[in-house]
Design a binder for this molecule. Structure first.
Ligand code: UD1
Length: 415
């Protein structure tokens, strides 16, 4: 429940990255040794991933005060990721790689559709097939087996630089026999964080962060300690919150380089952004200039920031065009924003947004994580009260969002 109209001001600490920690928890399954993961964010998706690896034999302990996770898997006691977990969180599919690598077999539910598109897993499966896995489908599951008991290093070309496929194949290739190269790989910072963790475990990975990653397979890996990188999407969301409210906010614990595409667009919109070593200051303008944006894989403008920028552009001084190229159905927030007075025309993957002077509070529904974040941003600037229903979607990826916003002066509460 948000009463809009207050410019945000003050300092906020950014949490660690959801999208970095999920594959890293999954990668812990590669070894019997203990792995220590530091700076864990308190997110629902992290709990689901812990539940999943526990069901496969991992012992997971958390020290909430210290924000640490201790994970060890003396032996794998299962090799199935059930539908109820995979349908709750698509990243569950990332256990395929470590299970195939360590046990030589895995049974994972097909994720199926999700609110932001069909999101198939063909690239993951084609990659493992190239690495000598046999894949069979039945009853909503895929069953994969390494034909000789161990994956074989291979050359894998991804038709699209999928983040999930790159991560799954990367983890799987660590224990494969021989050398694997992943070409047209995703180069997101979260891939680099995962590769750094795997290398600490004794993997031999080069090229993470570029479009070609090479992995020289090793016989075994060991435990490792790793601190998770800051969440660039949480940071981008709070930068946009500062911008949309005409506020003045300093974000701590950020990597400004990770946020370049977001910063560039805010600057273009006339928002002041200044960068320090690990902090960013954002000063909003009364009404931003309109923008043309197309989402792309990193280092392009992130699809995970598209919804928040649609909200920002709803208040721009002029007409903006935002094109979504990564997902085929990621404009669920548009109808809800219209209910708040936003003037948006939608044509397939293109949103044309005619900026208006102010939005109006309304009862709206979060349909997915980032759509929910966009509605909060709209609520922060709208006249009157905005009620965002189904806020559980937002808790999947934002830690204590209402507390962070309250401390910046927002009138927001959870009811
Ligand atoms: C990850 C992020 C998500 C982000 C997305 C794109 C996590 C947990 N989630 O999701 O927040 O929005 O990257 O930056 O890190 N595709 C295929 N076949 C495949 C795999 C993907 O066609 O086998 C398509 C998808 O349908 C989608 C596009 O590729 O249209 C991008 O998907 P991908 O990069 O795999 O995203 P995720 O890993 O699911």
């Amino acid at each position: 429940m948000i009463k809009g109209g207050k410019p945000l001001s003050g300092t906020v600490q950014i949490s660690s990255s959801k999208n970095a920690i999920l594959p890293i928890i999954s990668a812990c399954l590669l070894t019997a040794d203990e792995c220590i993961i530091k700076n864990i964010p308190g997110l629902d998706d992290v709990s689901v991933m812990c539940e999943l690896v526990s069901s496969l034999g991992a012992r997971v302990e958390a020290n909430i005060q210290e924000r640490e996770l201790y994970i060890s898997t003396p032996e794998l006691t299962g090799h199935t990721a059930p539908y109820d977990l995979v349908s709750r969180m698509r990243a569950s599919f990332l256990v395929l790689g470590p299970l195939l690598a360590r046990a030589g077999k895995a049974k994972v539910a097909l994720p199926g559709g999700c609110p932001i598109g069909t999101r198939p897993v063909d690239l993951h499966l084609k990659g493992f097939e190239a690495m000598d896995a046999q894949i069979e489908y039945g009853n909503g599951y895929i069953e994969a087996k390494a034909r000789t008991g161990r994956l074989k290093g291979s050359r894998v070309y991804l038709d699209f630089p999928s983040v999930g496929a790159t991560e799954n194949l990367l983890i799987g290739a660590v224990l494969a026999e021989g050398c694997t190269s992943i070409e047209n790989a995703a180069s997101e910072p979260e891939i680099v964080d995962l590769a750094n963790f795997l290398n600490k475990m004794g993997a031999r990975i080069k090229g993470a962060g570029t479009d070609t990653i090479t992995i020289e397979g090793v016989d075994r890996v060991h435990g490792a300690e790793h601190a998770i990188m800051p969440d660039r999407i949480e940071a981008g969301t709070l930068m946009t919150a500062a911008a949309i409210t005409g506020g003045d906010v300093i974000l701590k614990n950020v990597v400004p380089d990770h946020l370049k595409p977001v910063t560039a667009k805010l600057l273009e919109a006339g928002i002041e952004v200044s960068e320090g070593l690990s902090e960013i200051r954002v000063k909003g303008a009364p009404r931003p200039a309109p923008l043309n944006i197309k989402t792309h894989p990193f280092p392009g403008f992130p699809t995970d920031m598209q919804a928040q920028f649609v909200a920002l552009m709803a208040k721009a001084q002029g007409t903006s065009v935002i094109v979504e190229t990564v997902f085929e159905n990621r404009f669920m927030h548009v109808n809800e924003l219209r209910r708040m007075g936003a003037k948006i025309r939608l044509d397939a993957r293109t949103a044309v947004i005619e900026g208006c002077d102010s939005l109006e509070g309304a009862r709206v529904r979060a349909t997915d994580l980032r759509a929910g974040a966009a509605l909060i941003l709209a609520g922060l600037t709208a006249r009157g009260t905005t009620e965002v229903l189904d806020s559980h979607h937002i808790d999947r990826g934002y830690e204590f969002i209402e507390n962070k916003l309250q401390r910046l002066g927002a009138d927001i509460k959870r009811v």
